[in-house]
Ligand binder design. Sequence first.
Ligand code: SF4
Ligand code: SF4
Length: 83
Amino acid sequence: MSGVEIRGTLVIDGERCKGCELCIPACPPAVLRMSEARNGSGYAYPELLPGCTGCGACLMVCPDFCFEVYRYDEPIVLEGGTP
Ligand code: SF4
Ligand code: SF4
């Protein structure tokens, strides 16, 4: 059975987010989605699904510096595929 390989993770500062959604299509494995919830300024913000590669594309594209990106030394494999 194939699992989801996770090679990185994010800290997302949702309160800084302006909801522009530039980060959503910028993510190569498409593991960012906009929240149903809103931040204190009334904007949706990105949430991370399993499968981040730590590539940093979201960090590069975000005009509001919402992301910190961390790469794992060793990939983590989530067995069982997508929920
Ligand atoms: S690019 Fe930045 S400001 Fe725009 S939706 Fe994504 S996190 Fe929010
Ligand atoms: S670091 Fe890369 S893979 Fe991870 S959420 Fe950002 S754009 Fe997507």
